[in-house]
Design a protein. Structure first.
Ligand SMILES: [Zn+2]
Ligand SMILES: [Zn+2]
Length: 143
């Protein structure tokens, strides 16, 4: 195991579900889309992504409930405490998105950009200098 392959543990609020991510990650960004905001009850959600092979659920797999949030994506959450965890899309079948806030420690990168910035809540004030992506795909440069 090289230094950039270190494991980082994470879990849900109640602790029923525990998992381990093996670095390196693929990217990290703040998503302002309406589904993320509503699902997490948050102004926006900071996600990072890894290949699915680098995620292992160590405990509580039986508590993990999957919700089909769109025709191509699903979100899973802890049935006991409601914590939102993994997001997957058939468009990127080998990748899983994980909320950075659910990790016990730091990963290998900081958030790199805002996604779906055009869809942000009107009351969200962003003061950083990160690139802001939006447009119909949510991923296009806007600044
Ligand atoms: Zn839980
Ligand atoms: Zn989103």
């Amino acid at each position: 195991m090289t230094p950039n392959e270190r494991p980082v543990a994470g879990g849900c609020l109640c602790g029923a579900i525990r998992f381990t991510v093996t670095l390196p990650t693929l990217f990290c960004g703040h998503c302002h889309c309406t589904m993320c905001r509503r699902n997490h009850g948050a102004a926006y959600v900071t996600w990072f992504a890894i290949p699915r092979s680098q995620l292992s659920v160590d405990r509580g797999l039986d508590q993990l409930t999957r919700y089909e949030s769109s025709s191509h994506g699903s979100r899973s959450f802890c049935s006991r405490c409601g914590t939102s965890l993994f997001c997957v899309s058939t468009h990127y079948a080998d990748i899983v998105d994980i909320p950075l806030a659910n990790m016990d420690g730091s990963i290998d990168r900081s958030p790199e950009y805002h996604l779906y910035f055009d869809d942000r809540a009107s009351w969200t004030m962003v003061g950083d200098d990160l690139p802001r992506r939006g447009g119909p795909s949510g991923l296009e440069p806007t600044t």
